[in-house]
Design a protein around this ligand. Structure first.
Ligand SMILES: Cc1cc2nc3c(=O)[nH]c(=O)nc-3n(C[C@H](O)[C@H](O)[C@H](O)COP(=O)(O)O)c2cc1C
Length: 339
């Protein structure tokens, strides 16, 4: 059945931002249980879909629990991306999300990702091509523009509206800025004020309070949270609580339950070694701002078996459960990605 994405946003405007190598099927399942709204896969190459590689198909996997779930595509040729959109539809996903934000040279050099933003004609052709190829809702995730002198998100949003897209999500930095500086939420608010199409804002949301404040102050229809949920996995539940009840619910910081869930989700698709690596990565992120975090990180990356990893994780997180997490937002944290 066709999902009404906008009413989903009204129910829960806090969307999980796609992060390649992180927001995989296992992680999305977990975050849905932890209260996030709509989810979307990491970027998938439309050309890769043509070649039907196993890896590409794995990236597109999702479960019913995740719905509404979108598959994010990138590519430079509207015909190829259109055909990929049809594959997305045939796989039963709820919507197609286009990646117009990826700043990575390998992607940009071919004219895909954020490179499309330099050519509004190409923007229109991509939207039209994909809309014609699928009856699913189509959304797009963009940067504010290619660089400081060409911030054209207002124009891109207008074209998206004219071509019948469902929303435009904006990471509030230019492609040239990469991950430096701060996301420009005043600019996002301005695009929202000038646009007829629903706008989602994104960038640097690290607390639930900030998520709600951004939503209210800018009038956007939703906010995407990426790196913030790697430091605080309960951020979505807390944000929804503040929005609906005026205060964040008491969350029991049950790290034990969280890691057990992550491990069993990951085990469905991966062998021990991969599960161990993922658990170590998440443990390092989740420890941000807690006492003894840097020691813990050093220790965890030296452990060699999954069993020992789980034990070391349990020991550390049991000890910090009641402690206050310090604000680490001024420290560099994952300063690169595909959007
Ligand atoms: C490791 C990493 C991978 C990312 N991969 C994607 C991606 O596949 N597609 C995409 O649109 N954005 C991707 N992004 C960008 C995020 O969705 C988001 O726009 C960005 O991190 C800013 O939001 P945040 O400050 O809430 O993290 C990625 C970001 C990171 C850090």
């Amino acid at each position: 059945m066709r999902v009404d994405l906008l009413s989903e946003l009204e129910k829960n405007p806090f969307v999980l931002a796609p992060m390649a190598g992180i927001t995989d099927c296992a992680f999305r399942n977990m975050m849905r249980r932890l209260g996030c709204g709509v989810v979307v896969t990491e970027l998938v190459s439309a050309t890769g879909i043509e070649y039907a590689s196993r890896k590409t198909h794995q990236l597109m996997e999702f479960t019913d629990e995740q719905r509404p779930v979108g598959i994010q595509l990138f590519g430079e040729d509207p015909e190829i991306v259109g055909r990929a959109a049809k594959v997305v539809e045939d796989r039963g996903a709820d919507f197609v999300d286009l990646n117009f934000g990826c700043p990575v040279p390998k992607v940009v050099k071919k004219g895909a990702g954020s490179a499309i933003l330099r050519d509004l004609q190409a923007v229109a052709e991509m939207f039209r091509g994909v809309r014609a190829a699928t009856s699913l809702p189509v959304t797009v995730k963009i940067r504010t523009g290619w660089d400081e002198s060409s911030r054209n998100a207002v124009e891109v949003a207008r074209i998206a509206y004219e071509e019948g897209l469902t929303w435009v999500a904006i990471h509030g930095r230019t492609r040239a800025a990469g991950y430096s500086g701060l996301a420009d939420w005043d600019f996002i608010a301005d695009v929202k004020a000038k646009s007829k199409i629903p706008i989602l804002g994104n960038g640097d949301i690290v607390t639930a309070e900030m998520a709600v404040r951004r939503l209210r102050e800018t009038g956007v229809d939703g906010v995407l949270i990426g790196r913030g949920c790697l430091k605080n996995p309960w951020i979505f539940r807390q944000a929804l609580g503040i929005l609906r009840e005026g205060q964040a619910p008491e969350v029991e910081r049950d790290f034990g339950g969280l890691f057990a869930q992550l491990k069993s989700e990951l085990h469905r698709v991966a062998e021990d070694r991969v599960v161990m690596l993922q658990i170590k990565k998440f443990a390092a992120w989740y420890s941000s701002g807690y006492p003894g975090a840097s020691n813990f990180r050093r220790t965890i990356f030296q452990v060699e078996s999954l069993e020992d990893t789980m034990r070391t994780v349990a020991e550390y997180f049991d000890g910090i459960r009641e402690l206050i997490q310090a604000d680490t937002s001024s420290e560099a944290f994952l300063m690169g990605g595909h959007g």
